[in-house]
Write a protein that binds this ligand. Structure first.
Ligand code: TYM
Length: 345
């Protein structure tokens, strides 16, 4: 009797993630991504953390600012505690193999798969026909980012889940169509903990996002202590008090969000937080939350400023990281091209 499932990938564990080079970072990026990357760097597995500048240009970016935005994300990685000795930190565009593999994957992915991507629908809004083709095929480039390094795990926020599912579909179809079982891994999304879906401070139903027109909806990594405290003080809550258990928050999205932020910042569970504040009003909880947020973010903001004042240090890290990345990417793309049947001379 034949076994229906193809042989699994047997390569080493590798962790990879990226952040777009498109403007200011916020608390959602910190809790959903940066903080978790740092936690993963001591597990001894290779870690690749890049700046997605090629993804950034799927919507207009001022060429005079793009390189600076790339440095800013790199500065945020370093300021959050990523160590270039443990993680390859690089700009996506400095590794040409991302684009090369993305083209091959454009020919593997199906239009029907991309038509289902909710992020394209959100970002293109009512003007789909005026969006760039790049914005549409954005998740295919993301699949290339991941599979280029044969990454097995990808720490991301919840909003990236669908892109990870597409990555797995592309890997499986490539392996199957080209009779290369187990060539690409089917990467697992790492979406764990209370910080993977941080919501707006003004609306518990909307994600905290850099594109929200209201600055009060998010805490930026560049906000000073006063701005952070003010935004938390003014954040939307309700007339109730803090519940005793996290499960009692299902119909209180704004309160649930503040508790999740507190839990993520203090490395606690939601239930530990509610147990500490049970029965109290938000007048007691909000200042504590503000204190925690300032304590976590102020050193990062200060270190980002220091690094941005001397871009040479950032550029050295990015150059060394790009070289490391190219060394891994080049043989994977060479092998992929051989599998596809391209001319080799
Ligand atoms: P980007 O730049 O929009 O966001 C970077 C990371 O931050 C997470 N995030 C959040 N987490 C919790 N709450 C929020 N409100 C919140 N907002 C953002 C995102 O989930 C992400 O982890 N397509 C990606 C970048 C990318 C990528 C990749 C990621 C390109 N190639 C390959 C992983 C692997 C993006 O636009 O993320």
């Amino acid at each position: 009797m034949s076994d229906a499932s193809p042989p699994a990938y047997t390569g080493p564990r590798r962790i990879l993630s990226g952040i777009q080079a498109s403007g200011a970072l916020h608390l959602g990026n910190y809790l959903g991504a940066l903080k978790r990357f740092v936690a993963l760097q001591d597990q001894g597995d290779p870690l690749f953390v890049f700046v997605a500048d090629m993804h950034a240009i799927t919507v207009w970016q001022d060429p005079a600012l793009l390189a600076q935005q790339t440095r800013e994300i790199a500065a945020a990685y370093l300021a959050s505690g990523l160590d270039p000795a443990k993680a390859a930190i690089f700009p996506q565009s400095a590794v040409p193999q991302h684009a090369e593999l993305a083209w091959i994957f454009n020919c593997v992915a199906r239009l029907g798969w991309l038509d289902r991507m909710t992020q394209f629908k959100e970002k293109s809004g009512k003007h789909k026909e005026r969006s760039s083709v790049g914005l549409y095929t954005y998740p295919v480039l993301q699949a290339a980012d991941i599979l280029l390094y044969k990454a097995t795990e990808v720490p991301v926020g919840e909003d990236q889940k669908q892109h990870l599912e597409l990555t797995r579909d592309i890997a499986a179809k490539f392996n199957n169509d080209f009779s290369a079982p187990g060539f690409f891994p089917l990467p697992e999304p790492l979406i764990q903990g209370p910080g993977t879906r941080v919501m707006s401070l003004r609306d518990g139903a909307a994600k905290m996002s850099k594109s929200d027109p209201s600055d009060a909806s998010r805490i930026n990594l560049t906000d000073d202590a006063d701005a952070i405290s003010q935004k938390i003080k003014k954040s939307k809550t309700d007339m109730g008090v803090m519940p005793e258990v996290g499960a009692a928050l299902d119909d209180r999205p704004e309160v649930r969000n503040l508790i999740a932020i507190y839990a993520a910042l203090s490395d606690q569970t939601r239930d530990q937080v509610t147990a500490d504040f049970a029965g109290q009003g938000f007048g007691a909880f909000k200042p504590k939350l503000a204190e925690l947020a300032v304590e976590a973010l102020a050193p990062i903001t200060a270190e980002m400023r220091r690094l941005m004042a001397d871009p040479a240090e950032i550029d050295r890290v990015l150059s060394a990281g790009a070289e490391q990345a190219r060394n891994i990417a080049a043989p994977v793309v060479a092998e992929t091209k051989r599998i596809v049947g391209f001319w080799r001379g």
